[in-house]
Design a protein. Structure first.
Length: 338
């Protein structure tokens, strides 16, 4: 929902960057004053975050955005959680209704080695920008949990699916716990007893009003993610280490390899085509919206050699990555701070 863009704009403007121009570059059309609950494209919003990170040269932009993002900035989802009786109710309601707030995405509470974890995943394979999104989302959830548990509280562990970045000390500072990278899911691990804590803003009347609002939203049944979308989402998570195998993706989806292969055929595509299309989408995104070097883009698209990447790119577009980027380059003079 567009209300999320308000929190982003406030943070970005505080960094000396013009949020309006970033939204324009990301093709994100907003009418926040008249309709803050309007639906917006998650892909375009995350492109905005990527652009802001590139302009400010802040590798951990999503991490710091999440650390300052208030639950209220989630709009009705945030207020539903804050008005819930207990933290357990808040997290259960958030997990149950999250797909209405953010389509083709999931939150789920799961047991984890005698503890609990709240797992987050984007199911839409068209969303290729994942790192800032996962760090932002887990940061917001931690802020929600601290409303009940106090500012001193920290998770037992935080898991992130992306590879370990260079500046991990900043992750430790934000989450104040052991942060593990290259994990199967994005997750916050905590104690079961935390769920019993009362939400300080519990408000039964407000809770009922917001529940009614969600019931109206629920009448617009979300379009479920196709097998193709879910498979491509897993490919995007794995591809940085090289092209994933069919059995790897099938295992992450919880189905046998032959079942996944059959389901993809029924949807009119082959696994190899998904690998190819995922590489193309990733490549175009990073070349157009970031200033990453061609060699780094090749690595993120799962190529061990830049020469192999350049050969594939020429086959796709009939030109070199540098020439393609030059034709689509846009000015990045949005950073107004001297």
């Amino acid at each position: 929902m567009a209300t999320v863009a308000l929190g982003f704009a406030s943070f970005v403007n505080g960094q000396g960057v013009d949020a309006e121009e970033i939204f324009d570059r990301a093709a994100l059309k907003l009418d926040l004053r008249n309709d803050p609950s309007q639906p917006i494209s998650l892909g375009s919003f995350l492109t905005s975050v990527d652009i802001a990170a590139d302009i400010t040269q802040n590798e951990n932009f999503g991490l710091w955005l999440g650390s300052e993002f208030r639950p209220e900035d989630l709009g009705i989802l945030g207020y539903l959680c804050l008005s819930s009786p207990t933290l357990g109710d808040a997290l259960t309601n958030m997990a149950r209704l999250f797909p209405l707030f953010q389509r083709q995405s999931t939150l789920k509470l799961s047991p984890y080695r005698g503890k609990l974890c709240l797992e987050y995943q984007v199911l839409d394979g068209a969303i290729v920008s994942r790192r800032h999104d996962s760090e932002l989302t887990l940061g917001v959830i931690c802020n929600l949990m601290r409303r009940a548990l106090g500012d001193h509280w920290s998770p037992l562990e935080v898991h992130l699916t992306h590879t370990r970045p260079m500046l991990v000390n900043e992750h430790m500072k934000v989450f104040r716990c052991d942060v593990r990278f290259s994990q199967p899911t994005n997750a916050i691990v905590f104690n079961l007893s935390d769920l019993r804590k009362t939400m300080p803003g519990a408000d039964p009347q407000l809770f009922r009003i917001i529940q009614h609002s969600f019931s109206q939203l629920q009448e617009r049944i979300p379009i479920p993610a196709t097998v193709r979308d879910r498979a491509r989402a897993e490919i995007v998570e794995l591809i940085q280490s090289g092209p994933p195998r069919l059995d790897q993706v099938a295992d992450r989806l919880g189905v046998p390899s032959w079942t996944l292969s059959r389901q993809l055929r029924e949807e009119g595509c082959a696994f190899s085509e998904l690998i190819e299309s995922s590489r193309k989408v990733l490549t175009c995104h990073y070349l157009q919206y970031t200033s990453l070097s061609v060699s780094k883009v090749a690595e993120l698209a799962g190529y061990a050699e830049t020469s192999s990447f350049s050969h594939a790119f020429n086959r796709w577009f009939g030109m070199s990555p540098k020439r393609w980027r030059a034709q689509r380059s846009t000015p990045t003079s949005l950073y107004t701070r001297s």
